[in-house]
Design a protein around this ligand. Sequence first.
Ligand code: ADP
Ligand code: MG
Length: 241
Amino acid sequence: MSAAPILRVEALSKRFRGLLAISDVSFAVEPGSITSVIGPNGAGKSTLFNLVTGYLAPTNGTVSFKERPITGLATNRIAELGVARAFQIARPFRDLSVAENVRIGALFGKAGARDVAATTANALALAGMAHLATEPASVLTVGQLRHLEVARAIATRADLLLADEPCAGLNPTETAAMIDVLRRIRASGVTVVLVEHDMPSVMEVSDRVLVLDAGRLIADGAPAEVSKNPQVIAAYLGTPD
Ligand code: ADP
Ligand code: MG
């Protein structure tokens, strides 16, 4: 890795009673990249995001953001440092306009001076939503709601965006539009970690792919390399080992 990693996860584990949802996972994320986390349902992808954002405390291991340990910090503190998450289920304020919803992200999020109007406008543009700015959130389609959630996360001026299945339930056209948004976000200098099921999209947009299976990291590499990995193919096809 050429630059210092923006995110480093070391020997991370999370146990829910008898279940080891994340098991001794280590990796580092290069700044300015799109890293996708893939794996079957229940593999631990959302739990990994919950551990990075401080929503859950790990059983073991550490998470560092910009080489600073963030394990055990409160979620709002981690957000103030510049980590944002776009949730799988977008929950906007339906009576507010699109711009007002995004402005909420700009008012919170990363600490420090900011120009709320410019930050909001930039986030709307990156998410391809400038033309919808004055519409009430209640009129948005499912696809547009996903874009709104991403815009709100970007408006926090995060340096790292965690996107958990932003394309789930979207049609191919909407999926392609979301992938374009993620590319623009990367081009703007924001690092993206993506959980996504649509393999063609993952292979096309990712600089790197991490594969989780039953909480363990079973592969980590370039998309072409990972897609040929027999362990990965077995995890997806459910081949008994
Ligand atoms: P994924 O996002 O890859 O589908 P999750 O991270 O949501 O998987 O879940 C991983 C495993 O941990 C699943 O077996 C799930 O049921 C379990 N799990 C997730 N969150 C909790 C929780 N808060 N309490 C107990 N079990 C959980
Ligand atoms: Mg999940």
